[in-house]
Design a protein around this ligand. Structure first.
Ligand code: FES
Ligand code: FES
Length: 222
């Protein structure tokens, strides 16, 4: 049995990407900055992001506030210029027009923005785009194989696992990771491990049924 505990700060930190040049998670980095206990020598560009200014290693302003960034999304490389404060969600939606990932709360509370980063589900609204250079990012747009829906997408359709559909891309991305994590062994487990994805329409019964079917079908096709 996997002893990962989503409510454990330690385990959550272990899964979070690191802020480049610091070895810290975003949460740890922000906490350190908040108490003023950090120097600027190792990461002047990031520190200056709070001011909206990009500085070189000597601390001098470079004159532009954007950074070059290449993101690998759904198997394609995208070269971008981004403000270092841009979230991954805003990069996807506003820079790349990948609007399948939804913005619900923008505070990590609803799961509408869930995407897969190196196979793990994360809230794209809670992470900076610049933290994901070199990562393999999968959004809802990248799950189907051409015209063929991903089995989880097909199961959501089959079971009407949505009403308005706004939460659905996040639900589906989360469910894809859930099945890989082997956290869908019972309905209770599905409900627990999908609890970060809120459905304001209350389509939970059908969402669980869809995930159950995708799980059972994946067992028979192994
Ligand atoms: Fe990211 Fe709600 S928009 S968790
Ligand atoms: Fe409407 Fe989930 S289907 S919020």
């Amino acid at each position: 049995m996997n002893d990962y505990d989503p409510k454990s700060t330690r385990d959550a930190d272990a899964l979070e990407p690191r802020v480049p040049g610091t070895g810290q998670t975003r949460r740890q980095f922000v906490a350190t900055v908040a108490v003023g206990a950090v120097g600027t020598a190792g990461f002047p560009r990031i520190m200056s992001a709070a001011e909206g200014i990009v500085r070189d290693k000597s601390g001098a302003a470079t004159g532009d506030s954007e950074m070059d960034l290449t993101l690998s999304i759904n198997g394609r490389e995208h070269a971008l210029k981004v403000d270092p404060r841009l979230t991954l969600l805003d990069a996807l939606r506003d820079k790349l027009n990948l609007t399948g990932s939804k913005k619900g709360c923008d505070h990590g509370q609803c799961g509408a923005c869930t995407v897969l980063v190196d196979g793990r589900r994360i809230n794209a609204c809670l992470t900076l785009a610049v933290m994901h250079a070199g990562s393999a990012i999968t959004t809802i747009e990248g799950l189907a194989n051409g015209e063929e829906l991903h089995p989880v997408q097909a199961a959501f359709l089959e079971h009407d696992g949505f009403q308005c559909g706004y939460c659905t891309p996040g639900q589906i991305c989360s469910a894809v990771a859930l099945l890989k994590e082997n956290h869908a062994r019972t309905d209770d487990e599905i409900r627990e491990w999908m609890s970060g994805n809120i459905c304001r329409c209350g389509a939970y019964t059908n969402i669980v049924a869809a995930i159950r079917e995708a799980r059972d079908k994946s067992k028979t096709t192994r």
